[in-house]
Design a protein around this ligand. Sequence first.
Ligand SMILES: Cc1cc2nc3c(=O)[nH]c(=O)nc-3n(C[C@H](O)[C@H](O)[C@H](O)COP(=O)(O)OP(=O)(O)OC[C@H]3O[C@@H](n4cnc5c(N)ncnc54)[C@H](O)[C@@H]3O)c2cc1C
Ligand code: FES
Length: 278
Amino acid sequence: MNRQILNSSHFSVERGVIVKARELSPHDKLFEIALPEGKRLHHDPGQFVEVSVFGAGEAPISVCSSPTQGDTFDLCIRDVGRVTHTIHTLREGDTLGVRGPFGRGFPVRLFEGNDLVLIAGGLGIVPLRSLVQYVISNRRDFGKVSILLGCKTPEDVLFGDEIEQWNKRIDVHFVCTVDKADPEWCGHVGVITSLIPEEMLIPERTFAVIVGPPVMYKYVIGELLKKHIPDRQIIVSLERHMKCGMGRCGHCQIENLYCCCDGPVFHYDEIKHIEEAI
Ligand SMILES: Cc1cc2nc3c(=O)[nH]c(=O)nc-3n(C[C@H](O)[C@H](O)[C@H](O)COP(=O)(O)OP(=O)(O)OC[C@H]3O[C@@H](n4cnc5c(N)ncnc54)[C@H](O)[C@@H]3O)c2cc1C
Ligand code: FES
């Protein structure tokens, strides 16, 4: 496993300007950020940044746009506490601190030429969106692409407009399911695991990526193993409480692994022997 090598971007705080701020739900806002002088973040899909607001603190947040987006990058932030609430009060033109990018992202080079099944539960769509956008921007580099999204209710589906575009594409198979529907919902109803048996997967050429709440992983992996997807080709992104993001404080430690710099993205064979990982 290649642990992330530290560089100056991990220690120094850049001034990020909020170019656009858009409400996605009563708790979630999407911020488009620009670094000074058109500087690029140079992130891989699946990496995160440490975002700070003076006087409030710092929080790890996934970059939710593809590096192919250009000079800006997106952060989707849920208002849950001190730091995230303060970020929600910021407006277009305001600044915040950005360190990073941190961690190991999705192994996109390894995915090239193979089929992908990208599986997100709830807020897992936030880090997965960077990968989906990347794959769509480089569509010819990949085989069959399926995106499976599971949410509790239709109200919890974020990025509705964008998802509709994914759904319309003929080169992407997109399915969304909700645990509990409302009268207007005409899609699938049921937990995300119920979608996997329907998928026609060729094990030797399929990589499966899973991002979602901790409870989801065990069951989704179980369904993928029933389809004979090799452990190495099951990729998970794990979320743990993080502080430094650099393998120093131990907050994110899982046995001998630091989720911040060994992950957050892992191949299943790297963590399957660790009981507390999933
Ligand atoms: C790798 C990574 C990527 C993340 N990406 C996103 C993202 O894209 N969008 C987003 O909205 N959130 C993301 N989070 C979660 C986000 O970091 C926390 O919600 C944030 O740190 C809470 O800080 P706060 O001061 O607002 O809340 P606090 O007042 O500190 O706590 C409020 C709640 O948030 C939980 N929390 C606090 N710190 C963390 C932490 N470091 N990690 C997870 N939960 C925490 C607490 O248990 C509590 O339930 C990510 C976390 C990690 C580790
Ligand atoms: S967040 Fe400090 S060691 Fe990972």
